[in-house]
Design a protein around this ligand. Sequence first.
Ligand code: B12
Ligand code: SF4
Ligand code: SF4
Length: 271
Amino acid sequence: MTSSLPEEIKDHIIEKAGEFGACSAGIAAVDTLKKSPSHIVYGKIGDYQTVGNREGQIRPGEVSWPQNARSAIIVAVAHPENKPELDWWIEGYNGGTPGNRRLTDINDKLAVGLEEEHGIKITKLPYHIESGGILLKDAAVLAGLGCIGKNNMLVTPEFGPRVRLRAMLTDVALPGTGPVDFDPCRGCDMPCRHACPRQAFEARIYSQKDFGIDQLPARNGVFSRTLCNRQMKLDEANSKTIKMEGREVPRRRVSYCRLCEFSCPVGRPSQ
Ligand code: B12
Ligand code: SF4
Ligand code: SF4
């Protein structure tokens, strides 16, 4: 499908996403995404594994784009500190985490409406890049949901970094919703970086010379994927087995580190 849709479609999508439980949503052009910093650098960072990596159909370092993809719809769900269970990875739980299940439910409902009422063909994307997903933080920035903070996460005006993301692609070009002029990190004394138990922000990892771009992880090339991943491994080793409502057999539950997220003052509810 190639026809262009009226501007109002974007308000409709954002409104519907909100009705279905998203805290925000936006739209970015696929051509712009392909040129975004993470998508450029992804093939150059080396084939090392991090927790949760899957054996996928997509080769390491590659991002798969269906040929007909024109726009990406990005949906965010708030993960406040007082609802830690949204972020628990539960073994055998359909959807990975309860928060991720909310995201997939929102996308399912949005997709039905867009396909049936507007004739737009939707490709719902998986979470993992190696299974066909895209790099969600850049997509969210380009869709106007917020900016990349000095903690290397998407920071939104409303909830700070305490959001999780999911995306789907459309076969028709939709009007874009971003990026936005928002930068809470300017002048901030970076509690996010000081909070890290692994000192993952201590040293410069990439430089413009090596990667050809200056928009690097955590904005100045200091985020170490390896050190952060070490903490994730420890969190897995410290997982607990919990009894879940309606389930006979207790399940393993992993609660991953979120200190660079919780220490950010942006979007934190006032005490
Ligand atoms: C692999 C992965 C990991 C790995 C490696 C992380 C990494 N950054 O490489 C590990 C296991 C270590 C990890 C850790 C965490 N992760 Co993780 N992870 C992912 C995953 C699956 C892919 C990320 C990836 O490979 N990025 C590629 C690399 C190249 O990008 P990058 O290093 O982040 O750096 C880029 C950006 O900073 C960007 N950038 C910089 N400046 C600018 C400016 C502009 C304008 C733009 C557009 C972009 C941009 O360019 C950089 C490249 O140069 C995504 C899900 C997805 N499908 O996207 C979730 C995801 C990024 N993780 C998420 C979370 C929450 C976490 C953790 C808090 C752990 C937890 N409790 O869940 C930590 C946070 C670590 C941190 N401070 O960044 C969330 C982030 C939500 C948010 N608000 O940002 C995501 C989106 C998943 C989700 N459920 O929504 N993660
Ligand atoms: S704590 Fe400050 S520097 Fe870190 S992400 Fe939040 S606003 Fe940016
Ligand atoms: S998730 Fe934890 S270990 Fe990883 S960068 Fe943030 S604070 Fe450091």
